[in-house]
Design a protein around this ligand. Structure first.
Ligand code: CP
Ligand code: NVA
Length: 310
């Protein structure tokens, strides 16, 4: 059974195939319109979402199938019923499941007990669907993946950074992470180690630095993510703001990167926090192309995991 829980065990060819498929789906949506006819997607959500929820639901509709939104608040899972019983039961009804959960261990347990493919729609540890569509967006904008340099700035002990480390290192993109010092803000050590091995195999580099200017120097892509991820309590906002402010992506910092560099943020974003308004709303920003590609890539992911080849 193929699941998509994180990108660490995917290979370059699989990712390239998915990127090509998503681009074809984007160009020729009508070719795929009945490819998941009469199939049902269950969408389990424990956290808020705009992009992931809507793009999966619209994607399933456009492929001829049906999607059910299932808010974990209204579920017995983890309260009156074990995760494994929920997975075993739900997978008797539906053909594919996405889950956005706090804990990565729970999605692993869920997938182990599911009879149908399970897709990680974001956990605190990883966000693989986001990074797959980002790789599509980067490929569309730059015409290649290998040999590019991506600088990620800000909160780095997070899902997006971990998945970027895997995705970039597998595809041969150099990645420099610029973040505050300390375990709480840096990527997990085992992710860095694994990504370094993947980078060695693809001929790319991984650098973790605390110097924002050094991070963006010669970068083709500047990427940032929220300083207030869904699981961070609101009362930490002011403290985090002052800790991350040296890594805010502003025009001055953008000017240190390559002239034709692009700015990315998976969204949701707050102007004045992880980036300034002039950057996110400026000419180098491609954040809404990124958001759009979630739709095309979700379709490609579902088709791949369901073994539908068109
Ligand atoms: N980028 C992303 O996953 O957005 P949502 O939280 O809105 O789904
Ligand atoms: N790191 C962010 C990503 C949102 C898509 C979060 O977990 O909230």
């Amino acid at each position: 059974m193929d699941h998509l829980l994180d990108l660490g065990n995917w290979n370059e060819e699989e990712i390239k195939d998915l990127v090509e498929k998503a681009i074809d789906i984007k160009k020729n949506p009508e070719k795929y319109q009945n490819s998941l006819k009469n199939k049902t997607l269950l969408m389990i959500f424990e956290k808020p979402s705009l992009r992931t929820r809507v793009s999966f639901e619209v994607g399933m509709t456009q492929l001829g199938g049906h999607a059910i939104y299932y808010n974990l608040m209204t579920s017995p899972m983890g309260k009156k019923e074990s995760v494994s019983d929920t997975a075993k039961t739900a997978s008797r009804y539906v053909d594919i499941i996405i889950a956005r959960l706090y804990s990565h261990d729970i999605i692993i347990d869920f997938a182990k007990n599911s009879e149908v493919p399970v897709i990680n729609a974001l956990t605190d540890f990883s966000h693989p669907c986001q990074i797959l569509s980002d790789l599509q967006t980067i490929y569309e904008k730059k015409g290649k993946l290998k040999g590019l340099k991506l600088a990620y700035l800000g909160d780095s002990n997070n899902n997006v950074t971990h998945s970027l480390l895997y995705g970039c290192s597998i595809c041969g993109i150099d990645i420099v992470v610029g973040c505050p010092e300390g375990e709480k803000y840096e990527p997990k050590k085992d992710v860095i180690e694994k990504a370094k091995k993947l980078a060695e195999a693809s001929g790319s580099k991984i650098i973790i630095t605390h110097d924002a200017e050094k991070a963006v120097s010669e970068a083709d892509i500047i990427y940032t993510d929220s300083w207030m991820s869904y699981h961070i309590p609101e009362e930490e906002k002011e403290q985090r703001k002052s800790i991350f402010m040296p890594y805010q992506v502003n025009t001055e910092l953008m000017n240190q990167a390559k002239k034709d560099s692009i700015f990315m943020n998976c969204l949701p974003a707050i102007r004045g926090m992880e980036q300034t308004e002039d950057v996110i709303d400026g000419p180098q920003s491609i954040v809404f192309d990124q958001a759009e590609n979630r739709l095309h890539m979700q379709k490609a992911i579902m088709l791949k995991l369901m073994g539908v080849d068109i």
